[in-house]
Design a protein around this ligand. Structure first.
Ligand code: FAD
Length: 474
């Protein structure tokens, strides 16, 4: 059997579902192939992000923060709550409900936009043909399309010294499903995912040790901000050990012992549960036939140009499958760009203005270049740094840790980077994104009026501080 579509999308995550919806909006006959079966045993759209990534992790981060607040953060406001208890089953149930609501919402959007959801596995063949194997069947169908968008995403990287083991040694997906608070939790990898998941269980009472092979904490983050983050997270009880290279692991009964080496020699730690969070890799295996013609780059990502075209005319790849930050909002923007490029429009993604966020508390968020990067480039620059301790709204909320920092081109006055650690950093950083998208100078931000009292005033003051004009710092 052969079905012909204008566009076939393989993968129904933020990249794939958004591409399918946008293509349908533009009038293309569109199908999206997604193989995922969720933990309730049902086919599910939404990819990693909605099912086992952004959304469930934020649901657990929010629940665990509320618990931590009730336990430790309300007394200062004069609120007594007595003994606070956590019901993990209820916390997990709420998280699962949020996931189901959102993934069901994507299915409804597919229906509304007349996107055909093909439940099963897709593989790109030569000549833009796609082999489709429905879930639970061996028979395959060959589908044809004018355009194919590959959006198969990524999966966690496993490391040979620490194989996964049931619910004892888990990846990020398993770490979202713990049914009790481990007494001692090990986390391998102090990246975004390791820090977020480690924070969830630390707030609920676990003793958390994070082992990170690299000597520098959060090497992609501005040094001033990453130093502050390390200080705050350590104060919160996360035992972050840098330069700790894991060499092996041994499971005995319900415990796992991890061996590692650091500057002082061979070490080991025993845990009740262990999360391996050392990165993710693109899903290219089983996605491409030998003669599909699509090239991979040196890191096994699908090779694409700046508009996500692969080496095969009419075949595109987006999201975690391709270069650039592995972020849902980057996948979403590439999705719209590709749909519009197929439609004949001249759309582009500004890769220089994509923010990154670590949803710890306080949050860490940044966009653009770090001070180190600008310094290394030799460009003349200036910085402005203002702590939230100088912000009335932050103090009123008892959330005054952290700072806002701007890195600005000395000659052109343009914003090169904005870096935040502090309350609502994920929201505040968007002001930097908007400024950079519009090619704003720091003077543009200086001349704007910001509401008082608001956390955003620290953004304003940091802009003023680049020219020694901030009012509320000495
Ligand atoms: P995916 O979301 O991975 O979707 C790809 C889909 O394709 C999958 O559902 C898969 O089943 C399907 N698929 C694969 N191969 C085939 C095939 N051959 N046939 C059919 N279907 C196939 N990003 C953020 O921006 N913010 C966050 O806060 C955030 N938090 C995260 C927390 C965790 C714990 C994790 C793991 C990730 C997080 N991310 C976050 C990253 C984010 O989830 C990804 O960047 C995003 O999901 C990438 O979207 P995608 O569409 O490229 O791929």
């Amino acid at each position: 059997m052969s079905d012909k579509y204008d566009v076939i999308v393989i993968g129904g995550g933020p990249g794939g579902y958004a591409a399918a919806i946008r293509c349908a909006q533009l009038g293309f006959k569109t199908a999206c192939i997604e193989k995922r079966i969720n933990k309730q045993g049902k086919p599910a759209l939404g990819g990693t992000c909605l099912n086992v990534g952004c959304i469930p992790s934020k649901a657990l981060l929010d629940s665990s923060w509320k618990y931590h607040e009730a336990q430790d953060k309300l007394a200062v406001h004069g609120i007594e709550v007595g003994k606070v208890k956590i019901d993990i089953a209820q916390m997990q149930k709420r998280k699962d409900e949020v996931v189901l609501q959102l993934t069901g919402g994507i299915a409804a959007l597919f229906q509304a936009n007349k996107v055909t959801w093909l439940q099963g596995t897709g593989k790109l063949l030569a000549n833009k043909q796609v082999e489709f194997t429905p879930n639970g069947k061996d028979d395959t169908e060959t589908l044809e399309a004018e355009h194919v968008i590959l959006a198969a995403g990524s999966v966690p990287v496993n490391i040979p010294p620490v194989p996964l083991k049931d619910d004892l040694v888990v990846d990020s997906t398993g770490a979202l499903e713990f049914d009790s608070v481990p007494k001692r939790l090990g986390v391998i990898g102090a990246g975004v995912i390791g820090l977020e998941l480690g924070s969830v269980w630390a707030r609920l009472g676990a003793e958390v040790i994070v082992l990170e092979a690299v000597d520098r904490f959060l090497p992609n983050v501005d040094t001033q901000i990453s130093k502050e983050a390390l200080k705050i997270l350590k104060k919160q009880g996360l035992d972050i050990r840098l330069g700790a290279r894991v060499t092996g692991s041994e499971v005995k009964g319900k415990k796992v012992t991890v061996s590692y080496t650091d500057g002082s020699g061979d070490q080991s730690e025993t845990f009740d549960r262990l999360i391996v969070a050392v990165g993710r890799r693109p899903v290219t295996e089983d996605l491409l036939s030998q003669d599909a013609g699509v090239s991979l780059d040196e890191r096994n990502y699908i090779y694409v140009d700046s508009q996500c075209r692969t080496d095969v005319p009419g075949v595109y790849a987006i999201g975690d499958l391709v270069r650039g930050p592995a972020l849902a909002h980057k996948a979403l923007e590439e999705a719209s760009m590709v749909a519009e490029v197929i439609h004949g429009e001249h759309t582009q993604v500004n890769y220089d203005a994509i923010a990154s966020v670590i949803y710890t508390h306080p949050e860490v968020a940044w966009v653009g270049k770090t001070e180190d990067e600008v310094k290394a480039s030799g460009e003349a620059y200036k910085t402005g740094v203002v702590p939230f301790a100088a912000n009335g709204r932050a103090l009123a909320a008892a959330e005054a840790e952290g700072m806002v920092k701007f890195v600005v081109d000395e000659k052109t006055d343009r914003v090169l980077g904005m870096h935040v650690i502090g309350p609502q950093a994920s929201e505040l950083v968007q002001q930097g994104v908007i400024a950079m998208e519009f090619g704003a100078t720091i003077e543009d931000l200086q001349l704007m009026v910001f509401s008082h009292p608001s956390l955003s005033e620290t953004v304003h003051e940091a802009a003023l501080a680049t020219d020694y004009r901030a009012i509320h710092i000495a």
